[in-house]
Design a protein around this ligand. Structure first.
Ligand code: SF4
Ligand code: SF4
Length: 203
């Protein structure tokens, strides 16, 4: 998708007027449909015994409701992969959500931080960090805005490339978080940790 349109989602590519060649789109649509079908089948095999399901599919004896389920799920997955793949990664993947919650509740978890003292350097930049993010996140923003960050560090690499001639280097860094309001899911943790510190100091 990125190679053909210069954007990771068709939605953004069309907004930017990047259309690619018809042959590429045909190939891309086919791949998305095949992956969408395989996901739909995998999902259905959670609900029905897999071996009879696969046997019915191969022999052409799939039941009415199974066929409807496969058709709808394949369509939904295919459209998602084509138009906004990151939305499934952000909101549809149960594993991703659980991992994100664990990360958000861990105040000292590693995260991408932005050097706000040098924010003026971003004025002349094409926002390469945001463009590089496969999850389409505001990479320079605080942790809560990057709930679904996969820690791939492509934003950091992009900024390093942009700032390669700058002796101060990248404005984005991969650092341990601080248990502050920016780095935890529930701000109560901040108050808890502060009151714990006060109790320790007064002891
Ligand atoms: S680490 Fe990856 S997912 Fe997280 S903000 Fe940076 S580019 Fe996006
Ligand atoms: S790539 Fe670096 S310089 Fe450019 S907008 Fe992002 S943080 Fe700022």
């Amino acid at each position: 998708m990125t190679r053909i349109t210069g954007r990771p989602t068709l939605w953004e590519a069309l907004k930017k007027g990047r259309r690619g060649k018809t042959i590429h789109w045909a190939g891309l649509s086919l791949v998305c449909t095949l992956i969408g079908f395989s996901w739909a089948l995998a999902l259905l095999s959670y609900l029905l015994p897999p071996i009879p399901l696969y046997t019915d599919l191969i022999t052409g004896n799939l039941g009415f409701y199974s066929s409807i389920f496969l058709a709808i799920a394949t369509t939904v997955f295919t459209l998602d992969f084509l138009f906004a793949r990151h939305l499934f990664c952000k909101y549809g993947c149960a594993f991703g959500v659980v991992q994100s919650i664990a990360w958000m509740t861990h105040g000292r978890g590693q995260l991408v931080t932005f050097d706000t003292t040098r924010a003026a350097a971003c004025r002349d930049c094409t926002k390469a960090c945001d463009a590089a993010c496969p999850m389409r996140l505001p990479t320079r923003s605080h942790k809560r805005a990057k709930f679904s960050c996969t820690q791939c560090l492509q934003c950091v690499s992009a900024c390093r490339e942009v700032q390669k001639d700058n002796p101060q280097g990248s404005l984005l860094h991969w650092q341990p978080g601080e248990p502050s309001r920016q780095t935890v899911l529930i701000p109560m943790h901040q108050r808890d940790s502060e009151s714990a510190k006060q109790r320790l100091n007064s002891a």
